[in-house]
Structure formats: C-alpha cells, structure tokens
Design a protein around this ligand. Structure first.
Ligand code: BGP
Length: 461
C-alpha cells in the first residue's frame, strides 16, 4: 500500500442539522435564522429551495446510518439544532428533540459509527437573534448553558464535542460581506461578533471541564493557507494581512490563548477594538481545547491592493490586500474555488509547527459539482473527479502524517447531498446521491464505494 494510514484513523463524513434534518417546523422546533431568512427573502436561495426541504435525516436517520455502516465509516459529524432542542434558545427543552438525538446517537453507536457532535452550525435560534444574537454579550451565557445542556443529556455517550463549525462565517458572512443572515455590513459590529463567539466558545469549554464529562472538546475551523503573489515586500505584507484576518483571528485566541498583537493594533488604529469584559483574557489563557477540526477547501492568494480605497468607504479587512488569481490554477468552476491539494499539507504543517502539534483531523474537505446527473451510468453517478479530488488531498494528508503531524482522521463534506445555504441544491457534495426526483432515494455514488475500499484497507495505492 503506497499510502497506508493507521488502523485507528477516523474515516467518515460531516453534515449539519440545518442542512440535513428537514422537519424545520415540526415536533416542537422553532425558527432559526435560516428559516426566517428564507421566509423573508426566498429569492436569495438557488431555485427558491429553502431549509424545510433538505435530506430528511430527521425521518430517515436509521436508513442513513445503516448506509454509513455499509460504507465502512467509523465516524460521522452531525450538529445539534439549538432551536429544535431548546426552541426559544433559553429555557424549556423540547422532549421530542431529546428523543430524536438520543435515537440518532444510540443508532450510530450500535452501528459502530462514532458520533462527533457539533453544537453550532450557522443556525442561531430566531428568538435569540431578536435579542441581538451574537452582538448581545449575554449570548456567551446562553451558549454556555445550551452547551452544558447537551453535555448533560448526551455526554455519557458522545466522546467528541465541537463548539462551533467555522465560526468566522458568522462575522464575515452575516456582518461584513452580506452572504449570510442578518446581512449587516459593518466592520465594528463584525469584530464584536467574532470576539463574542470566541468568548462563548471558551465558556462552553469551561462548562465541559467543570462538569468533568468524559471525552474531548474542540472546535472546527476553516483554514486557508495564504500564498503571496510574489516575494516582493508589498505582496508579502498583503498576504500577512489576509492571513491575520482569515486564519489567525480564530486560531490564535483559541489555540494560543491570545490574539496576534498585529491584529489588535490594526483594529485599535481604526477605533474598531471590540468591547471586552473583565476576566476574558484569563479565560482565554485557561480554556484550552483537546482537538481541532480543520476544514480545508481552497487556498487563498494575496497581492498588494491595486486600487486605492475610496476614502468614504468604512474599513473592511480587504482594504489591506487584493485577491490574486494565479494564472494556470485549477478551478472547481461550479463553486468558484481553486483546487490546490498541497494547501492541506501546508495547513497541517502550520498546526504542527506553530500550534504545539495539537491533535487534529480534517473535518471537511470536498468538491461540490453542479448537475451531477449527467454523469450517471446505469443509475450510478460516476464521480471520478471526486475520487481524484479526495485522493490527491489524502496524498498530502499522508505526507503530513508521515512528517509528524498529529492528524488523526479525515471526514469528507458530506455523506449525502445536502442543502447548502444560499446555493441550496446547486452543488452536490455527497458520497450518496439524494435523488430528488424519486422521493429522495439514496443512491451510492462511485466515490462512495471507492472510499469504502480505502477504509477497509486503511489506505490506497
Ligand atoms: C463549509 C460549511 C458547510 C458546507 C461546505 C460547502 O464552509 O461548513 O456547511 O456547506 O462549506 O460549501 P457550500 O455549501 O457553500 O458549497
């Protein structure tokens, strides 16, 4: 075997509650921001498909978990829907939700699929959003209590917990660049949101430690190694700026216990420093995690800004750099993301060398493709491009592992085709097709079988 992985390596996939469960307004669940956003602006969602029309995991979890087992997966990351478990965000627990998550967790364990449970995947309960959501400092207590409720209810069986998936998406998408609800465009508010999320994560970790729950706790971060256009001082500086905002802004406070001084200075110079509370700095130093999940899809490339910033424009991080489109780069044209497998290696080396080689795993990696039905032969999608994508990335994961990176697993995004926010069902990512024309029938794609063989052999040639 040319690429042999350890026997105990985690193999599987990840998805989230809002993208897979469906049953958006059934059995006690109340609205989250996605349900609400869709209600008021369905035009922003591809072909008008909303969060009520997903993979129906709520009703079909048994069938789906059986399929995971069939494909030899030993782990799966799901998320708890906060607005299903605690419909108002705080207060009463929904017994139907407890029953559902208990059933899912128990079924997974019975099938030999270890549950990795994430607490927040972009789905703020609407009742909390109405009270300011992340912008309200009280949020940190709301989140910590929600996390503690989950630990108490499921912590006897769940051994891998994650506070957030891609926390940067909320300040970036929801408060800066208008690709997520609540569509605020305001850097000061965005930095406050980012800061409050970090503190809420720390408070949840504190609860986990205080409760003495067994298992590990971590967070899932989406990282993109940043490459400069050239070695010119100006391009290097642009890359450093981009890196500070897209990677270090969450990595450093969470893994090192402090923000990069340079980043603090940039915000201070512009009067954008978030409001902090007494004790926050100590909390940051104290509450360390056990494991970090790394989502990797694309690299980022930076160059010196080519155009001056309009002096009327309020500050945005991308005033400090420009995106660079490297000639000859390989693209996934459907998603508009560059494909650069070496980036996964550079990211892992960064964690090894600059973050104490903390235990980590690839928590998302994948390729969304539009109109996959055209690749069907005898009813099965022949997704050789996905196999190629995974294989080339895994070669670099293997290289990083053999060079001492503490990487313990690989999860593809995602198990079955799912609803992807504004892109809805445009791009398909799954090992398993959801045939929407035939009652959402599950059909394993070629890549699903290929990955099963890889897991069975703990590697590939
Ligand atoms: C990640 C998210 C996932 C998933 C994936 C694919 O950023 O954690 O929720 O959606 O990206 O991206 P998209 O759905 O935008 O194509």
């Amino acid at each position: 075997m040319k690429y042999q992985f350890p026997k105990e390596f985690w193999w599987g996939t990840a998805c989230s509650a809002p993208q897979s469960e469906g049953a958006a307004d059934r059995e006690g669940k109340k609205q989250n921001i996605l349900d609400y956003w869709y209600e008021i602006e369905s035009n922003r969602f591809f072909e008008g498909v909303g969060p009520d029309d997903t993979s129906d995991f709520y009703d079909r979890y048994k069938e789906d978990i059986a399929l995971m087992k069939k494909l030899s997966h030993n782990s799966y990351r799901l998320s708890v829907s906060w607005s299903r478990l605690i419909p108002n965000g705080i207060g009463e627990i929904n017994p139907k939700a407890v029953e559902f998550y208990n059933n899912v967790i128990n079924t997974m364990i019975a099938e030999g699929v270890t549950p990795f449970v994430n607490l927040y995947h972009f789905d703020m309960p609407m009742e909390l959003q109405k009270q300011g959501g992340f912008e309200n400092r009280e949020f940190v207590e709301w989140f910590a209590n929600y996390a503690d409720t989950c630990f108490k209810l499921f912590g006897d069986r769940v051994k891998y917990w994650f506070t957030y998936n891609e926390p940067i998406v909320m300040p970036e998408g929801g408060y800066l660049y208008d690709f997520f609800y609540p569509n605020v465009v305001d850097s000061k508010r965005s930095f406050q949101v980012a800061y409050n999320i970090v503190i809420s994560h720390l408070k949840a970790v504190e609860k986990f430690r205080a409760g003495g729950y067994p298992g590990k706790i971590g967070i899932i971060l989406n990282l993109s190694p940043v490459y400069p256009r050239s070695q010119s001082v100006a391009d290097l500086k642009a890359a450093r700026m981009m890196d500070l905002f897209v990677n270090r802004s969450f990595l450093d406070p969470i893994l090192k216990g402090e923000y990069p001084i340079e980043l603090c200075q940039i915000l201070a110079d512009r009067g954008l420093t978030p409001v902090v509370c007494q004790g926050d700095a100590e909390l940051m130093k104290r509450c360390k995690i056990d494991i970090v999940g790394l989502n990797y899809y694309q690299p980022r490339r930076a160059k010196l800004r080519e155009n001056a910033v309009n002096s009327d424009a309020p500050f945005m991080p991308d005033h400090l750099y420009d995106h660079y489109e490297m000639p000859g780069r390989t693209m996934n044209p459907y998603r508009g993301w560059e494909i650069y497998p070496r980036g996964i290696y550079d990211m892992l080396i960064d964690i090894r060398d600059n973050y104490g080689n903390i235990e980590c795993f690839i928590s998302e990696n994948g390729m969304g493709v539009e109109n996959e039905e055209r690749f069907k032969v005898d009813g099965v999608i022949q997704d050789d491009y996905r196999i190629e994508f995974i294989r080339t990335h895994l070669e670099f994961v293997h290289k990083a592992h053999s060079e001492g990176c503490n990487v313990v697993g690989y999860h593809l995004w995602t198990f079955f085709d799912c609803w992807s926010w504004m892109n809805a069902y445009k791009n398909r990512y799954g090992f398993v097709e959801i045939d929407r024309k035939n009652g959402k029938k599950r059909v394993i794609k070629k890549s699903g079988w290929w990955f099963k063989e890889l897991i069975d052999k703990s590697g590939f040639y």
